[in-house]
Each structure stands twice: as C-alpha cells, then as structure tokens.
Design a protein. Sequence first.
Lengths: 404, 378
Amino acid sequence: MSDDANLESFREEVRAWLADHFPSAISGRGAELVGMESVARDPDLEKWRVALGEKGWGTPTWPAEYGGGGLSQKQAQIIDQEMRKIGAFNPLPVMAGMGITMVGPTILEYGTEKQKQKHIPPICRGDVFWALGYSEPNAGSDLASLQCRAEDKGDHWLVNGQKTWTSGADHAQWIGCLVRTDFDAPKRDGISFLLLDMDQPGIETRPIELIGGSSPFCETFFNDAKADKDEVLGELNGGWTVGKRLLQHERQSQTGARSSGGAAAKVTLQDLALKYVGVDDDGKLADPDLRARIADHLMKAQAQRLTTQRVIAEAKGNHKVSAAASILKNAASSVSQEKDELMLEILGHQGLGWEGHDFQDHELAAVRGWLSAKAMSIYGGSFEIQNNIIAKNILGLPETTQKG
Amino acid sequence: MAALTEEQELLKEQAKSWANEEAPVSKFREMRDAKTEEGFDRGTWKSISEMGWAGILVAEEHGGVAMGHLTAGVVLEELGRQLTASPLLASGIVGASALALAGNEAQQAAWLPRIAEGSAIVTLAVDEGPRHAPLQTRLSAKEDGDGFVLDGRKVHVLEGLAADAFVVAARTSGSAGDAEGLTLFLVDGDSAGIDRSRLSTADSRGYANVTFTGVRVGADAVMGEIGDAAEVLDRILDRARAALSAEMLGTAAQSFDMTLDYLKNRVQFGQVIGSFQALGHRAATLFTEMEMARSCVEAALAAIDEDADNTALLCSLAKAKAGDFLHHMSNELIQIHGGIGMTDGFDAGLYLKRARAAEATYGNQAFHRDRYASLQGL
C-alpha cells in the first residue's frame, strides 16, 4: 500500500476510535477545561484522559515501548485534524505540567533506560504533573549563578536551597531541578539536572500572586530534601547542557502566537474596534491614529505568522535549519503584547475592569490577559537574552555578557 | 507557504554571482558619476536580457520564459543587493504585467516579444502628483472620431526617458478620486505631442515627467474595458509592488551584511564594536525585521503566482514591511558606520538614497498601511 493509502486508512482508524471514546459532552470545551489551573477532574474529562493515555495518543510521536503512540508526524497531524473536527482536544499537555512539553522529551533524549521506564509512562497517561526548578531569587537571566545545592550522601542526594517561578509546583508530583553538585568548578560546569519526588517533608511550596491576579507560579523551598542517586538526568555536572536543551523545547512550545486558534481568535481586533470606536462618514474607523496603529499591528502579526509558516516549510524541505527560527520567540511575544495593549485601548473605560457585572466577561478577560502576557517577554529567556542569543549564535558577534 | 525550490536556489546563486561580477555597486557608481542620461547602462541591460530575465514573466508563446513572480523576485533581490540599475522592474515586470493582464492579443503580440528580448521598454505612467494615488488620475482621454485624444501630465515615470511605449492611466469619465472612469491606453513613445523631461534624482535612476498634449491614439490603443480599469490597474500595481519589495529586500539585506561586517571588524576601546550589547541588540532587531520582511515578500509573490484571494492584502503587507525594514536599515547603515558612512566614497549613501526612492514608488508605507486597513474592514 502507498504512504497516502496508509495514511487514509489510519485516518479511518482514528475516526472510529474517536467515535467510540471521546465523550461528546465535553466537545468544544477544551479551552475551558484545559485552562483550569486546578486541573479539576470532570468525570467525562477523566474518562477521556484515561482513554487517550492508554492509547498513547496524548503523546502520539513518543516511542510506544514507553507508553507513547509510536506514530509518525503525519499520523499525529491526522489525529489532531480529526480531533478538531469533532471538538475533541488533547488535555494531557496541561495535565502533565511541564511533563509533555519539556521534561519528557528531555528524558527521552538524555535519560537512562531505567529513568525512561520509570518516568515516561506516567507522563503519557497524564498521571503525573511535572514542575521545573530553574530560576532562583538571585539567578534569573544569569541562571548559571544558581546556588541551590545537592550534596552526595553516598546512597542519596541531599538538596538545600530555593527555587522560584516554579510553574504549578503546589500541585506537582515531580520536579526537575538544576542544582549545584560541584562547588569549586566554574559556574556552568558544576550544575546537574536532578529529578525529585515532590511528596516529601523537605520540600515546601508557596504560591506567588501575580499582577493579573492568578498564581501559576510558586516559590519552592528545599530543606534537606532527598533524591535517589540515580535521578541525575544526563551527565553529573553536565546539567547546563541538559537544561539548555530543555529550554529549546520550551521555546518551541511558545512560538505559536496565542492568536492562532482557540476561543480567543473568534473576535478579531478589527471587529472590536468597529464596535467600540465606530466609523466616520467614509466608513473608516473613527480614530485615524488608532486605525493606523491597528493596521500596523495586524501587519506585524501576519508577518510573524508567515515567518512561522516559512520556518516550518523550510524545515520540511530539508533545508538547513532556518536562521529565522531564532527570532520567533521575541516576535511572538511582541505581537501578543502589542495586541493586548491595543485591545485595552479599544475597550476604553470598559477595558479597565477588574471584576463585577459592570463589565462583560471578554472585557475582564482582556484586562487579565494584558497583565499576564507581560510575562511572555520575561520567561523562557527574556527578550534581551533572546537578542543576546541572536547576536551571538546567529550573527556571530562576540559574547560579552556571560563571564566565567 | 513553500520554501524556495532547488531551481530557484540555483537561479539565486546565478543572479548573485552575475551581479557581483558584472553589475556590482561600483558599476552603478560609475553610471552615476558619468551622469548617464537614461539612468541605466545599456550594456548591463543587454546582458540581463540575454540571460532571459527581461522575459522572466512573459509567456513562452511570446518569447519569454514564464518563470513566475516568486522566481522573478529571487533575481530582483540579488540585483537589489548591488543596486543594479536596469529597466527590468519597469518593463520586464510592470510593462509585461500590464500587457498580460489588460492587453488584447494584438497588443500582446506586438510588444511582449520585444519586452522579453529587451529590445523595447514599456513602462507604466500612473502618478500625477507628489504621492502615489492612482485614483487621483486627471489626465484626460476624450473620444475623437474613431480614437482618443490624451491631455495631461504624468510625473516620476520609471524609465520614462528610455521608454518605447507607455501604459497610461487616463480618465475617460468622472473626476479625480473616482474609481469609475479610468481607462488604460498603450501609447507609442514616438507619438506626436509627448514631451519628456528627465529628472535628476537622489537615487540617480531613470525617471522622467511626461507631458501629453493632444496626443492622438486609435481605438486599438485601449487596454481592457473603457472606464473600468481601476481593478486591473490595481492588479498590475500589486505585481509591481511585490516585485519592488523583493528588490528592496535585497538592498536592505546587503545593507545589513555591510553593517554586520563592520560590527565584526571595527575596533574601538580595544575591542570590536559588535561586542557592545547596545549594538548587538540593534543588529538582532534588524535581523528580526529582515526575516519578517522576507516572509511577507515571498508570500506576496507566491500569492500572485497562485492567484490567491488575499493577493492584494499580501502585496500591501510586503511593500509596507520591506519599506519599514529598508527605511530603518538604511538609517542604521549610516549611523553604525559613523563618519565613514557619511562619505560619498563609501557606498552607504547610495543605499540610503535608493531606499527612500524605492519606498515612495508605487505607494509608501503609509499608503499601504491605509490600504491594508481598508482591506481588513477598518
């Protein structure tokens, strides 16, 4: 059978399986359920999670021997297409915290056979929520100056220190941490990537309330916390390399601007502007200054989407990895933040609400979204760090900012 | 969106090496210094034509190679890098597109083969005031017996001095600003009553103001429908805009490369200046703008080739983003080079001057932002 025919018969298989297993009661409710920070378990959602996890289709391209789907990219696309058609969705990436987007791919790449057998199957099933411990109060952009330490106690590691900006640490079962394991080596050379069970008395978490009112991040404290000796991911003192690789997975997962798909895309900036600002006698938006700035923004947004498409097309054509890929994170965060600012300006007084019935839901959401999105140019390597990376790695300019 | 094909990559290399060897920016400088009347070098134009590029859009039945707009853009980008001056844009792209989209069989048969072999230059005469505004056309075409009489003035006509024929946007009814009442005429450059005056411009290219006084043309000079040319004129202009965007991208990309090279070699305070974060971040910002502009330009050219529904939107996007980037880049080219950038002996000034001229041609960034907004319903 040809490849195309194989894919078509696979599509039939996907349709049949979805018809049998996806609860129609939660059709189209992906954004709402998946977006819930508490990962509340609706019975239908729970049923769907279990079915998808057992099938391995929540992580379709991961190896089947560890609980993944063992499928090709094309097959994974077919699953995605067929799920969209019936309003189905994959809740596992959110239920697994950083497990599917970042930790899992990194364990698959660097982990020992034992680590893969132990950690990958629960991620595929959506059973385990993973957090990440990178930043510390005094180690943000200069991450390599981190101080959280793990001492070799013979049969275990003893961990002491503090992490911050740990996403979802308050309900995570496991955490991947960058810790210092060699206290005399130059700063990047003494770091290891350690996997810790969060369910132990030596680890405490404290949520951080953000300017948008939500608390997606925690401070995480380690007081004589313990990790098994074989939970170092990759080489001992080779954690900097592992950690950087993991961040590449993070940047990849952030490069699709929020405007692409989902409930938020239904109302466009244009529609809102026409509704809230009105038009002049020529039928043009009544505020010519705002009109020009919205047009400029829409152009940037389209340029950013076209660039994402170009990077994908060039990657498929077996071209060398497109240099354009390096700009995607900054481009996506700028476009997204600019959109939020314009949204607020369009809404006027209605774009200043915090809560209550004087404001419509989408107006309140615009305010919260505007505030939350300020983080986009800070996390995963700030805007400025991204520009350092472009200058050094893509343009070949000398590095001056990171000494030692 | 698709990546460039292997064939297009090969043509890119061919165009790059030809431009570097046969028509580098030093040759443009010689042409400028010699005050060459036509604003381009006839020998360079002959070479371009011999390679088939003059007929890059022209159908094979009319002697062209019909390689499409994205491929033409690849060539224009490489020529834009060296500021190679030639009628390729005005005639090979715009003149050929006007004939292909609006010309009848006889007009196509008469002119397209000559455009393709480079023996005739056909250019579009559209603007009449200081800013690009096709609908503001006042040049009148009045019916007279079995023909028309043209009266009016076109300004800043590309290759207006060298042109063998003009595609003239004229008004057969209505008044300035109306979309109704526009008609295109194909007018032989030798017609009685045409007066051309050469413009000496900062970018040293070939422009002329062209006055039409009682110019009599036959009914066979009409291109397309009488009084109904606004839409096809826009389509012709969109091809012009997308192609010019590709040339502008090349001009800006070369400016970027020159600047990056300088950042890596110029030493001050005992280190190369590219090691200063203030400059490294500016380079990263420019690189980001360049990649975004490239995506827009390629998308617009591909949309024309595919006759996509959103072609007009993408052409305005491409012209605006290429224009924004070229504007910013040409200013940074001077600023980052410092004093040397201000000297006429260095090439930066040539790129800056070309930048503003190209930005203003067929609609500047403001024109295309406004058009984009209207197309988005704003």
